[in-house]
Design a protein around this ligand. Structure first.
Ligand code: FES
Length: 105
């Protein structure tokens, strides 16, 4: 599977066959700059990404915990998600996201 990750400047990195369980881990394993300060516990909002519109409906909706934490994220949008809460599966082949301000360090 492939995942496309854009940084805030519009540069894209392609993650190919990530072995990670979550999107945050895949981004981190690829060596990209993502803060993810709480390590995936949905308690910091520094793994914030914007999900491409074509993919938003294919993701499990954010639960109450994720949604509440996103209220603390910088520049929240309709497409905002915590990448540590997105579990990767073959159905997400082609997933496209952009790192949000405050996620990169
Ligand atoms: S890594 Fe902290 S909320 Fe995702």
């Amino acid at each position: 599977m492939k995942i496309f990750v854009y940084d805030g400047g519009g540069a894209a990195v392609q993650l190919i066959e990530p072995a990670s369980k979550t999107l945050m881990q895949a981004i981190r394993d690829a060596g990209l700059s993502i803060a993810a300060q709480c390590g995936g516990g949905a308690s910091c909002a520094t793994c914030h990404v914007y999900v491409d519109d074509a993919w938003r409906a294919k993701l499990r909706p954010a639960d109450d915990t994720e949604s509440a934490m996103l209220d603390f994220a910088e520049a929240r949008r309709e497409s905002s998600r915590l990448s540590c809460q997105i579990e990767l599966s073959e159905e997400l082949d082609g997933l496209t996201v952009t790192l949000a301000p405050g996620a990169a360090f």
